[in-house]
Ligand binder design. Structure first.
Ligand code: SF4
Length: 228
C-alpha cells in the first residue's frame, strides 16, 4: 500500500490491487484550515480598495505564478490546522464585520463551514481566488484573479463579482479579454499591473484602459500605504 497526503490535506491510499481510497480529511471538512496569518487592515486592491476587512490567509497553492508575492504560502504543511471557529471569533473582535479569505489558493479547501459560521455571526464573506478549483463556501464577493498556468473553471468565472487580471506584458491583455468574455455582465473588470514592472508598463496600460473603458486600473494600494 502507498499512503500520501495531497495538497488539500486529504490522505490517499493506493492499495496493492490499484484501488484508490480516501482515508480521512485532516482538515475535518473545513472545520480546520491551515492558517498562515490573519490580520485586520484595508483592502488594497480592486473594487473594494480602501475598505477595512479582516484578512485570513490560508496556506497551500498549486498554481505557481512566477511573480507571486506570497510564495511562503505555497506549502500548506508549514501552517497549523487551525479551528475555523477560532478564526471566526478572532474576526468578530474587529469593527468591519467583513472577512477576506485569501491565500495561497483558498479553494483547495472546503470553505462551507467557515462561511456558514461567518454569516451566522453577521460577517460578510469575500474571497480572492485564481478560480482553478471548485467553488466551496457562500460568498458575498468573489474576486477572481485568473492565472494562465492554471486557468479558472467556468463555474467560478460565471459567479465572479470582480475580475482582476494581473498584467505583466501586452500578451496578458489578450488573456484578460478572453476571461472578460466569460464572466457575467455585472462583473467589474480590473487590470492590475504586476508590481515589479508597474512603472514600465503604466504608459501603455493606462492608454489601453482609455481606449477600452470597460476596464479599470487596480493598484496595490496597500504597498503605497505601507500596510499589510
Ligand atoms: S495563485 Fe496567488 S498565491 Fe498562488 S502562486 Fe499565483 S499569485 Fe501566488
Amino acid at each position: 500500500m502507498i499512503f500520501f497526503r495531497n495538497i488539500a490535506g486529504v490522505f490517499i491510499v493506493i492499495s496493492d490491487i490499484g484501488k484508490v481510497y480516501v482515508m480521512m480529511d485532516s482538515f475535518d471538512n473545513g472545520r480546520l484550515l491551515p492558517l498562515m496569518e490573519e490580520f485586520y487592515t484595508l483592502q488594497g486592491e480592486g473594487f473594494n480598495m480602501g475598505c477595512a476587512a479582516y484578512f485570513i490567509r490560508i496556506g497551500g497553492c498549486d498554481v505557481g505564478c512566477r511573480w507571486c508575492d506570497s510564495k511562503l504560502s505555497w506549502n500548506a504543511d508549514l501552517y497549523p490546522p487551525t479551528p475555523a471557529d477560532t478564526i471566526v471569533n478572532n474576526a468578530l473582535k474587529y469593527p468591519a464585520k467583513t472577512v477576506v479569505v485569501t491565500g495561497g489558493e483558498p479553494l483547495l479547501y472546503p470553505l462551507d463551514y467557515l462561511t456558514d459560521e461567518l454569516h451566522r455571526c453577521g460577517v460578510k464573506t469575500m474571497i480572492e481566488t485564481s478560480g482553478s478549483h471548485h467553488l466551496t463556501g457562500t460568498w458575498d464577493w468573489i474576486c477572481l484573479s485568473p492565472k494562465r498556468n492554471m486557468p479558472p473553471l467556468d463555474e467560478v468565472l460565471m459567479k465572479a463579482n470582480e475580475l482582476k487580471v494581473i498584467i505583466e506584458n501586452e500578451d496578458d491583455l489578450t488573456w484578460a479579454e478572453d476571461n472578460a468574455r466569460v464572466v457575467s455582465q455585472n462583473c467589474r473588470l480590473f487590470l492590475q499591473p504586476e508590481w515589479s514592472v508597474s512603472q514600465n508598463i503604466m504608459p501603455w496600460l493606462t492608454e489601453y484602459v482609455m481606449q477600452n473603458p470597460k476596464w479599470r486600473i487596480s493598484l496595490q494600494a496597500h504597498k503605497y500605504m505601507c500596510i499589510p
